[in-house]
Design a protein around this ligand. Structure first.
Ligand code: SAH
Length: 252
């Protein structure tokens, strides 16, 4: 028997931002391999599955990834329905391609279920259209982070070329990011927002100018966070979202 592996997006955090398809697959799953950041309530949907955390918070080295690849292949040989549950969308900055390649090489059937990626949830949290008419006609998802042994691409070039830009895995080096962008021509006044723990309790945002991004990032950051850049964010105010405001917006 060979099973099928679903690479499933868990969404940005809040358990009710999961697709119906993802929920149904979790309900039917025999085994679930999940990232560290997946919400416990989401995992509870996988009632009958064995649940295995393979949590790298953000890309460590490739041995760990190879080990996950192998476990997926092995699981498909002994289980009918295998779910690989990843934060946000599985195909954005989630090393899914390595898992897909391993499954293909092993001749195992797979399918992908998209999820809401962190940048979209973060921009929704601040109430701003990433493609506001007149200000932005494109959006870039970028990360300055490279894996071990990986060639560093020029992340800054695409960030500078974009009207609106979402930077993943960048908060730890926010000062460096801002310095690089300004050295290459970005305005120090470019509006920037750091959104931490988007859609989760403890969601916070800090709105600054690019020149102050490093200092702002130093005040935070314990949860996952994205940096949003662009003129569309000019009117965002800093705010801490309390559990109460979250509940209110859910009820509405
Ligand atoms: N596949 C995921 C991204 C994985 S990389 C997706 O599509 O969202 C992990 C990075 O995602 C974090 O470093 C952070 O930049 C971002 N991130 C994930 N969850 C987040 C959240 N709830 N709020 C803000 N940023 C988040």
């Amino acid at each position: 028997m060979t099973g099928i592996v679903y690479l499933v997006g868990a969404g940005p955090g809040a358990p009710d931002l999961l697709t119906l398809r993802a929920a149904e697959l979790l309900r039917r799953a025999d085994i679930v391999f999940h990232d560290a950041l997946v919400h416990p309530d989401t995992l509870m949907l996988a009632e009958k599955a064995e649940k295995i955390a393979v949590g790298k918070r953000c890309g460590r080295h490739s041995t760990a990834q190879r080990f996950i690849n192998k476990r997926l292949v092995d699981a498909a040989r002994t289980h009918e329905l295998v779910v690989r549950l990843k934060g946000g969308d599985p195909l954005l900055f989630g090393r899914a391609q390595e898992e897909i390649d391993a499954l293909e090489q092993a001749g195992i059937e797979y399918a992908i279920v998209p999820g809401i990626t962190a940048a979209l949830a973060a921009s929704a949290a601040v109430g701003v259209s990433m493609t506001r008419r007149g200000l932005s006609r494109n959006v870039t998802f970028v990360t300055p982070r490279t894996g071990a042994g990986e060639q560093g691409r020029d992340w800054a070039r695409s960030a500078l070329a974009a009207d609106t830009c979402a930077i993943y895995m960048g908060v730890g080096e926010a000062a460096q990011i801002a310095a690089t962008l300004m050295a290459r021509g970005a305005s120090p006044d470019l509006p920037a927002v750091i959104v931490e723990s988007a859609t989760l309790s403890g969601e916070r945002r800090i709105a600054v100018r690019l020149a102050d991004l490093g200092a702002a990032a130093a005040q935070m950051i314990t949860g996952p966070a994205v940096i949003l850049l662009g003129e569309v964010y000019a009117r965002v105010q800093s705010a801490e979202v309390t559990a109460e405001t979250t509940a209110r917006s859910r009820a509405a």
